[in-house]
Design a protein around this ligand. Structure first.
Ligand code: GLC
Length: 743
């Protein structure tokens, strides 16, 4: 180990410079290489590579002993003693599993999300993991895409706010503190726009949409100090993200002045050849290194080719030094040179009661009450004598954990049925029938038992949806209706005429139009994690009140996708009056008789449930929107407020949302854009004025020349409980033309 790496009187940049000066080219290239490790043993080959400084990072080891041994070899047996980055996908928890990120997003609560990431960091750090590949902040507007489960939804503003909260949770104020780990903003960029919602598929995104929709969450993560970025798998407008100089040089480094480290996705550099973007691994290394990918995940294009590329002057030594500096900076900022080893004695035990309570709170706030006819919920515990619980997901501790739970502890996961039984009063008889073997089963052999049980009970809770394997990476679906014969089970049980509650566990929005009228209430739980059962039971019995709001639009049918609230108005916007339904068309109807506007003959133009929708067990009313001024300058701000009243008979929490519409723009502007939200808790009948500040900067967008501008003009503004309702006002940005502002 050289003295310089230990001299803490030097600045980080001085330590990087000093270390770089003492590194051989082979050691520099070694830092740019990440390999996959094993939890069972340190192979001779891995040992030799670490000893000779040929590895900068290891992924997918979570054995504290293996991690400590590898760090010891790096610190004590290699020439320069450079510690390793130990990476792991800690996406929504480590041992204690929180709701999937899409579910966490439904809480609209940055504090809950930050706490979840902080707990995940502590649990991962306790075994020596020091780098996670999260938050995933791809804007996702296509629920066929399996990775919508990992996303924070369809809206750039919500993804920005919640992604930044995750970064803060993982990294804290100082990444070198015990229990903090480096975060990773992924997948840069545009991955969520995969054609046909098919994972890994081509993405064609106009630069204006890229800048106005898909990039803002990454800018927010960079502004929040995220230590690393990960390049995406996808081909973006003909240039795969892992070789995309526009993204990695022009946007990330020159426009955003980002100084963190960029890692490829798994073998995404070698896949440049699969894309047909390069002819071989050497060319792939050339493209990725010159585009600015600092570290290669698992494939060996850098390890095998950078030395010759430098000798051939196709990649400069300066470029390699820049990559290595970015990598070393993360290691210094993590404090790894001072202490790379796990310190479990300084951290709380994974899965402790506080962690479980936090996971339950996150689950409570992530569940969305989509429908509640005649106040069917909450269940009347005192007067209810018999309850039938039906469905394969009501008893399965594994499926409710969701995708990306490499380290989740299934044994500690608490499913719905025992949680209901635990809360049931002594005179309430709770019975269970599976109904179907799995959510994908097409066999109705279990229906008779389920029907008999339902018939003999006062009320029925159906727990259906998707197994966790049906979402996540590489798990896209061409149809987002309920899998298997679940709809038939709902139809069959509904015929009994009992109050019927549907609890859905899924990794995406499902198209529920065919069943929505068959049930009296719907609680959408996503995959709720370790404490999903207790949280759902408390909500069912009214010990807690739902407050979740949808972070993503629910289409009626798959064919409406992509469907999102912040759409453009088009030149022929539909209205209810201009829309006809396929079943009502007269025979030989004249060609122009059906209305000439943007809708589907067999689905209309509205979603089943809109972005921001979510009911409570109480009601909220919005009144009297007020503006501090009807005008503002392009560098000014105004406040907008409305009165919110809980008009029901029980306390509740409402996520109050602020939307604007820019009526005329240098490019067409969305019909609505989320610009703020607040969680407001009110007692029965309590009223409060809720206030937001709108800064002109919040209204900036990229114009047709890709300048970031604030334009003068008219705006509408809403304060609402979802993206379709609320109280509205108007204001204007006055002044000449438009004001250019920095990226
Ligand atoms: C995967 C994913 C990425 C993940 C990485 C490491 O293929 O795309 O999100 O972080 O590989 O597991």
């Amino acid at each position: 180990m050289t003295a310089n790496t230990q001299d803490q009187t030097m600045t980080t940049e001085q330590r990087i410079e000093a270390l770089l000066a003492s590194m051989s080219l082979s050691e520099k290239i070694g830092q740019m290489h990440q390999v996959m490790g094993s939890d069972h043993h340190v192979s001779d080959d891995l040992r030799e590579q670490v000893q000779s400084g040929k590895i900068g990072s290891v992924i997918n080891i979570v054995s504290i002993d293996m991690i400590c041994e590898l760090q010891r070899i790096a610190m004590e047996e290699s020439r320069l003693g450079i510690p390793l980055l130990m990476g792991r996908d800690v996406i929504h928890g480590f041992k204690t599993v929180f709701p999937i990120p899409l579910g966490q997003a439904a809480s609209w609560n940055p504090d809950v999300i930050e706490q979840g990431a902080s707990i995940a960091a502590q649990e991962a750090a306790s075994v020596g993991v020091n780098w996670t590949f999260a938050p995933m902040i791809d804007v996702a507007r296509d629920p066929r895409w399996g990775r919508i489960a990992e996303s924070l939804g369809e809206d750039p503003y919500l993804c920005s706010q919640l992604g930044a909260a995750m970064v803060r949770g993982f990294q804290g104020d100082n990444m070198s503190d015990v229990g903090r780990i480096a975060a990773c903003a992924k997948h840069f960029a545009g991955y969520g726009a995969a054609e046909a919602g098919m994972d890994y598929n081509t993405t064609i995104i106009g630069e204006n949409d890229l800048r106005n929709v898909y990039l803002p969450p990454f800018k927010a993560a960079a502004d929040a100090g995220v230590a690393t970025f990960m390049t995406a798998f996808n081909d973006l407008n003909g240039v795969p993200a892992s070789g995309n100089e526009f993204l990695l040089k022009q946007v990330l480094r020159e426009e955003w002045l980002y100084s963190g480290m960029v890692v490829s996705d798994w073998e995404s550099i070698s896949q440049l050849t699969e894309h047909g973007f390069t002819a071989n691994d050497k060319d792939a290394a050339f493209e990725a290194a010159n585009a600015g990918v600092d570290m290669e995940m698992v494939s060996r294009c850098y390890a095998d080719n950078l030395e010759s590329l430098i000798a051939e002057e196709r990649v400069s030594l300066a470029q390699v030094d820049a990559c290595v500096s970015n990598i070393l900076r993360v290691k210094f900022d993590l404090g790894l040179f001072e202490n790379p080893y796990a310190q479990p004695d300084k951290l709380p035990a994974p899965l402790n009661q506080q962690h479980r309570e936090a996971a339950k709170q996150a689950a409570l706030e992530s569940v969305v009450l989509l429908k509640n006819s005649d106040q069917c919920l909450p269940l009347k515990r005192e007067s209810l004598n018999s309850l039938a619980v039906i469905g394969p997901l009501a008893t399965d501790p594994y499926e409710q954990l969701g995708t990306w739970i490499f380290d989740g502890d299934v044994e500690s996961s608490e499913p719905l049925l025992p949680a209901i039984t635990a809360l049931a009063s002594e005179h309430l008889k709770v019975s269970y029938a599976q109904g179907m073997d799995t959510t994908r089963s097409h066999s109705q052999s279990g229906f008779a038992e389920a029907v008999a049980l339902a018939e003999a009970s006062d009320q029925v809770v159906l727990c259906l949806g998707e197994e966790s394997i049906l979402s996540g990476e590489a798990h896209s679906r061409a149809s987002i209706e309920l899998p298997g014969c679940q709809a038939a089970l709902i139809d069959t049980i509904a015929e009994l005429g009992k109050p019927l509650i549907l609890v859905v566990m899924a990794g995406r929005p499902l198209a529920l139009e065919s069943v929505v009228d068959k049930v009296d209430a719907i609680l959408y739980a996503w995959h709720p994690g370790t404490m999903g059962g207790p949280a759902l039971a408390e909500l069912l019995f009214g010990l807690a009140t739902p407050s979740g709001k949808l972070p993503v639009t629910f289409p009626r049918v798959t064919g409406q996708i992509p469907m999102y609230y912040a759409k453009k108005n088009t030149g022929k916007p539909p209205t209810p009056e201009t829309v006809v339904h396929i079943d009502t068309i007269e025979s030989r109807a004249p060609q122009t008789s059906l209305g000439m506007s943007a809708f589907h003959l067999d689905a209309g133009f509205t979603p089943l449930f809109s972005f921001g929708h979510g009911l409570s067990y109480t009601e909220f009313e919005y009144r009297n929107l007020e503006l501090s001024s009807p005008v503002m300058s392009s560098d000014g701000k105004i406040t907008v407020s409305a009165e919110l009243q809980n008009t029901g008979d029980r306390s509740g929490t409402e996520v109050v949302q602020l939307y604007v519409r820019d009526l005329v723009g240098n490019v067409t502007r969305p019909v609505k854009e989320l610009k703020g939200f607040q969680r407001v808790s009110l007692n029965a009948q309590e009223a409060r004025r809720v206030e937001f500040t709108i800064d002109a900067q919040d209204l900036a967008f990229y114009d047709r020349k890709m300048n970031r501008v604030i334009e003068s003009g008219q705006f509408h503004v809403w304060i609402a409980g979802d993206s379709e309702s609320g109280v509205m006002g108007e204001f204007e940005i006055v002044g000449s033309g438009c004001r250019h502002i920095p990226h």
